[in-house]
Design a binder for this molecule. Structure first.
Ligand code: ADP
Ligand code: ZN
Ligand code: ZN
Length: 820
């Protein structure tokens, strides 16, 4: 580094434009490096952890640079390629570097003045390692649940305390208070070892003699000895192996412990991996899969990006596994991204069978400590070779990234909506791969139109896998005409007689049923039967959804909840009716229709707890549940063996959604949920309830004709100028005051006028105008032609200029590039 480098550019975790220049004190000059965290003062009193983007020798012109307060790291925690990834994201998605940093780094690496600290639950009270200041902090934390940075500053009588805190966090004496609030308890397992005195063969023989008449204990001991030899961990046997797997009596084991023959220990099961599932397994690809695999490899090496379009259950995952094996053999790392954290549970087991300890998991539901743990491991000498994660895993450091696999590529959850950066994981992965010279593999049974289009015009590779594994046929799809059933008055609530009959038949065969309804809650709303009054949210322009279980009406936009009304406030009528069926009511009614069946529900309301989702899935897998009612959560790549029937309650709802992607999405949802039917053995059945049986999309679903859907949708997109033919940017403006939002939107629209080659739509109110007490207004830009990047820069500048005007400073301006 140049001897002149007395300044650093620092990214701060705040949504402000640009980076900030700080002066480097003499004694830190040789220490500080790009990618290290530094403590700096911003504003009057606030201290932040920022990240060094660059060292240089240019003093800022507009302000007097402050000195950095401290350097937190001995080694960089962010690599140069991560920083350029952030910069790309900042430019592409029109957001601030600080926003990207916030999304990228686990909060454990981001202490700030707002951080609150508490004693770490595992801290034993050991004081040997602590210096005087640290002791003081620990001392005062004994009397208070938490301390803020400011409190700590008072305790140690210093202004700059991040270093002290950092050290205490590192020693696991304190931890972030917020973090501890939802830290989950370590999972404990019980294991047994043989007592050391029994290594003596004679003693052992004596024990066997002594146990001669205690048959149960003898059996337990013999099983222990056998398992301790055959298990993966020699000499150790888990309690569950003895009791659950081998039917040994718990009392007998306890007796052996009491007699000091076995030693009982408790240990924490590592949170990151479940060693249970390990056992190397080798899969032989079918001929068709092998051809696909070879073709994919060729296309990937030619085009760097390829799409695997494979029907549900065709063995895409097996093909991925083979590709991962090849990457690892070439000493490369693989990132496997899934749209839903919940899906990782099923896939992780399959991956661990092949890659054991080489697989790490990373997503936002891990505790912050766990995320920091993975992050640091990836920076270290022995990083995980395979990372399985949600979109946030793209932000991890990789040393030798060889491939990114993005399964269920079409899923909308790959796009982050809020807060900024509003990035799409697919596009971010494409950048990441280009940068690392890695390959990107997209996979789906129902690809996104964008990816398929690129495949069709050979911009990326495209490989088809059209057969299900094991010769299983795709399900037969029956269309139920709701108009006819209504006319014949054979509907029972939301169910047609046809669907009820099919459910009955399926249950009678001991097969399982999935019912898909894309609406949670009990009913869509409650309505007064006399005057038509509907309870609305006080914060949003939307009616409240009735939730019977929690006995309230709730807003699905802001979470606001009210008591269930029993009298209409308008006309005092007590005749209030529920309208529209949500998953809760469907679950309830199915239990009435099929009283002997166990019905469960999977939606956002039943899967809030950390393990709730996994529990429902495993109960369903193990057939403790006969019928599962769910929202689109049930459509997502889950692999069940005994589902005979899938019912789609209301296809009209999907088709009539006001969005240019509605048909594509409806097709994807219906095809995906159908794919859950009939995996092993028998051919599955799907019943689709609709009042438009002749609808083009329904027909394509029946014929499993993705290509047909694609062609017709592509025509529409071209005709009406939508992606992939043009690029869209949606700017949302928000403010409490409606006039203000109107004025700001008009000003922005006018300022955007000079941007060349664009279509500007709006400003207009979205369907729901007011959300969380803020009025929303949209401006939609459609742009074609080259140099979009340049125009985007101009647009972002204009937005910020308008936002900086005095009267619009309080308005939120949220650009969303490639909105979904
Ligand atoms: P997809 O990812 O396309 O939905 P999967 O990879 O999950 O398909 O395969 C569906 C089922 O078939 C899984 O249970 C999988 O283990 C099994 N399977 C697929 N290919 C093979 C193979 N070549 N050998 C053995 N089992 C296979
Ligand atoms: Zn009324
Ligand atoms: Zn609301």
């Amino acid at each position: 580094m140049s001897a002149l480098a007395h300044f650093v550019e620092v990214i701060l975790p705040i949504p402000l434009k640009g980076t900030f220049t700080y002066r480097v004190p003499r004694d830190m000059e040789n220490v500080v490096q790009t990618g290290m965290r530094v403590v700096v003062q911003f504003g009057r009193r606030k201290l932040y952890t920022g990240l060094v983007l660059q060292k240089h020798d240019r003093p800022p012109t507009a302000y007097q640079a402050k000195y950095i307060v401290d350097v937190l790291d001995e080694e960089p925690v962010v690599t140069p390629s991560q920083i350029s990834f952030w910069q790309w994201m900042h430019t592409y998605y029109m957001c601030h570097l600080g926003d990207v940093m916030n999304a990228a780094i686990p909060s454990g690496l981001k202490l700030s003045s707002e951080t609150r600290l508490a004693i770490h639950p595992d801290y034993t009270g050991e004081t040997e390692d602590l210096d005087a200041e640290e002791m003081d902090v620990v001392e005062s934390l004994q009397h208070k649940p938490f301390l803020t940075m400011e409190d700590i500053a008072k305790v140690v009588r210093k202004t700059h305390v991040l270093h002290v805190v950092q050290s205490l966090v590192k020693k696991e004496v304190v931890a972030q208070y917020e973090e501890l609030q939802h830290k989950f308890k370590p999972k404990i397992e019980i294991i047994y070892r043989l007592a050391p005195w029994l290594e003596d063969k004679e003693k052992m023989a004596e024990v066997f003699d002594a146990l001669n008449r205690a048959t149960k204990q003898l059996e337990a001991l013999m099983q222990f000895i056998q398992s301790s030899k055959t298990g993966k961990e020699k000499g150790v046997v888990r309690r569950t192996v003895l009791i659950k797997d081998n039917g040994i009596s718990a009392a007998a084991i306890d007796q052996l412990v009491k007699k000091e023959i076995l030693i009982k220990e408790e240990r924490e099961i590592t949170r990151l991996v479940d060693t249970d599932a390990w056992a190397t397994e080798n899969i032989t690809l079918t001929e068709h899969q092998q051809t696909t695999f070879d073709e994919l490899k060729k296309q990937l090496s030619d085009k760097k990006v390829a799409l695997l379009h494979g029907v549900t259950s065709s063995g895409k995952t097996e093909v991925y596994i083979r590709l991962i094996q090849e990457q690892l053999a070439a000493s490369k790392q693989v990132l496997y991204v899934l749209p839903e954290i919940a899906l990782t549970a099923q896939i992780i087991q399959r991956l661990q069978k092949h890659f054991g300890e080489d697989v790490g998991i990373y997503h936002s539901k891990l505790s912050d400590n766990e995320r920091v743990e993975v992050w640091n491991k990836q920076l270290g000498e022995e990083p995980y070779k395979v990372i399985l994660g949600a979109r946030s895993a793209l932000f991890l450091p990789f040393k030798e990234l060889g491939m990114v696999i993005m399964d269920e590529e079409h899923e909308h959850t790959f796009k982050q909506h809020d807060p900024a950066p509003r990035y799409h994981a697919r596009d971010a992965a494409a950048y990441l791969c280009k940068q690392a010279e890695a390959q990107l593999l997209l996979g789906s049974a129902t690809p996104s139109l964008e990816a398929y289009y690129n495949g069709m015009r050979q911009k990326i590779g495209l490989v088809q896998l059209t057969e299900r594994y094991g010769g299983i046929q795709l399900p037969h799809i029956e269309i139920c005409d709701l108009k006819l059933e209504r006319k014949a008055q054979t509907m029972k609530g939301p169910f047609s007689s046809q669907l009820l009959q099919r459910i009955g038949e399926t249950l009678a065969r001991n097969q399982q049923v999935i019912i898909f309804q894309n609406r949670r809650g009990y009913s869509s709303f409650i309505q007064c039967n006399s005057c038509g009054w509907v309870p609305d949210c006080i914060n949003c322009d939307i009616s409240l959804t009735y939730h019977k279980y929690s006995q309230d009406v709730r807003c699905h936009y802001c979470g606001h909840a009210d008591k269930v009304p029993h009298v209409c406030p308008n006309c005092q009528s007590t005749y209030l009716k529920t309208k529209g069926f949500g998953t809760e009511q469907i679950e309830e009614e199915l239990s009435v229709h099929f009283s002997e069946a166990v019905v469960a529900r999977m939606d956002m309301d039943t899967t809030r707890g950390k393990h709730a989702y996994t529990r429902i899935i495993s109960d369903f897998e193990d057939q403790r549940i006969n019928m599962l009612v769910g929202t689109q959560m049930v459509t997502k790549g889950l692999d069940f063996d005994h589902v005979g029937l899938v019912g789609i309650l209301n296809a009209d709802q999907l088709l009539n959604y006001p969005d240019f992607r509605a048909y594509e999405r409806a097709y994807q949802l219906m095809a995906q949920v159908s794919g859950r039917a009939g995996r092993k053995g028998r051919r599955g059945l799907v019943v689709v309830q609709t009042s438009e049986p002749q609808h083009f999309i329904i027909e394509q679903v029946v014929r499993n004709n993705y290509h047909g859907m694609y062609l017709s949708e592509l025509d529409q997109r071209k005709l009406f100028r939508y992606p992939p033919f043009i690029k869209m940017i949606r700017i949302t403006l928000k403010h409490r005051d409606r006039d203000k939002v109107d004025a700001a939107a008009d000003a922005l629209a006018q300022a955007l006028e000079p941007i060349p080659d664009k279509m500007l739509l709006g400003p207009e109110y979205p369907l729901v105008q007011r959300i969380r007490n803020k009025y929303n207004k949209h401006i939609l830009l459609k742009m074609g032609g080259p140099n979009i990047g340049q125009r985007k820069e101009q647009i972002f500048d204009i937005i910020q200029k308008i936002n900086a005007e005095k009267e619009f400073r309080s308005v939120y301006f949220q650009p969303d590039v490639d909105p979904m």
